[in-house]
Design a protein around this ligand. Structure first.
Ligand code: HEC
Length: 255
């Protein structure tokens, strides 16, 4: 019995690792892949602002449409921009391999499994952390990913964000907590200095949706698994009762 208990304990170790927060992500978000509207908005943002450079190799438009409850004609009209792509195709783009490397100095990676590699917190933080830096070829740098080669493609929505000296509610970079005000004093505070099409909290919402969508894409079958799980548990319970009754029946004559 002791051995079994030990084995059980070891089986729980990966759970502890999964629960660990991302160490290099200043902001956190809790994905909700049951929130279809958020996922739909996320997919719309993705196809408009990201798919041009980042493919989703392992995801088909059709599968996403089905899981997110979107009719085929709506997806074809509004989310598939390339005439080479059909509803049943994987979410590719028109870029040739090596293009991004030539243009930006780094390849734009496929993002299908990225939420599982980096974690949603990291992606969320990364997308919120672009700031103006004229010394970079793209004109921007990123507080989470130093010297990043990606331009800030969401700038029309977010506006121009700069790194300034100020108080902030959030701990960023070298921030120190002022015990009197409860705010962080820092010269690495990200602040929108020229507004974009969205208010800062609207923009955070949009980035939430985008990250939520990337989380769903990382494991689309999780949605099904979550609806199936209670049914499986119910079956195991009923089966357990039957198996127990059967065992009692078999052993009755022996005892
Ligand atoms: C103009 C092309 C382009 C567009 C559009 C673009 N990216 Fe990128 N992205 C890049 C490049 C190039 C890199 C590689 C950066 C590097 O390695 O320095 C990158 C890197 C990334 C990374 C980090 C990859 C890593 O190494 O962990 C993420 C996450 C990401 N992009 C998400 C997005 C999202 C989400 C969008 C849409 C809002 C988007 N990108 C739009 C070009 C682009």
């Amino acid at each position: 019995m002791k051995k079994q208990l030990f084995a059980l304990l070891f089986a729980l170790v990966p759970l502890a690792a999964m629960a660990a927060p991302a160490p290099d992500a200043p902001y956190s978000m809790t994905p909700d892949i049951r929130d279809q509207e958020s996922l739909q908005r996320g997919m719309q943002l993705y196809t408009n602002y990201c798919l041009g450079c980042h493919t989703l190799e392992h995801q088909r438009f059709a599968r996403a449409a089905e899981d997110l409850g979107m009719p085929q004609d709506l997806v074809e009209e509004n989310l598939i921009f390339s005439s080479d792509l059909a509803f049943n195709d994987q979410m590719h783009n028109a870029m040739e391999a090596g293009d991004a490397e030539n243009w930006f100095g780094a390849a734009a990676p496929d993002l299908t499994l990225h939420s599982r590699l980096r974690g949603p917190d990291w992606i969320y933080s990364y997308l919120l952390s672009f700031y103006k830096d004229p010394s970079r070829p793209t004109g921007v740098n990123n507080a989470v990913f130093e010297m990043v080669a990606m331009p800030n493609v969401l700038e029309p929505l977010q506006g121009v964000q700069e790194m300034v000296c100020a108080e902030s509610d959030r701990p960023i970079g070298d921030a120190e907590l002022d015990p009197l005000t409860g705010k962080y004093q820092s010269c690495e505070v990200l602040q929108v200095t020229r507004p974009g099409a969205m208010e800062p909290d609207e923009f955070e919402e949009a980035v939430y949706d985008l990250t939520n969508f990337l989380t769903y894409v990382g494991e689309p079958s999780k949605l099904q698994a979550q609806t199936l799980a209670p049914k499986v548990l119910f079956f195991i319970f009923i089966f357990g009762v039957l198996a127990y009754l059967l065992k009692r029946e078999y052993w009755r004559d022996i005892h």
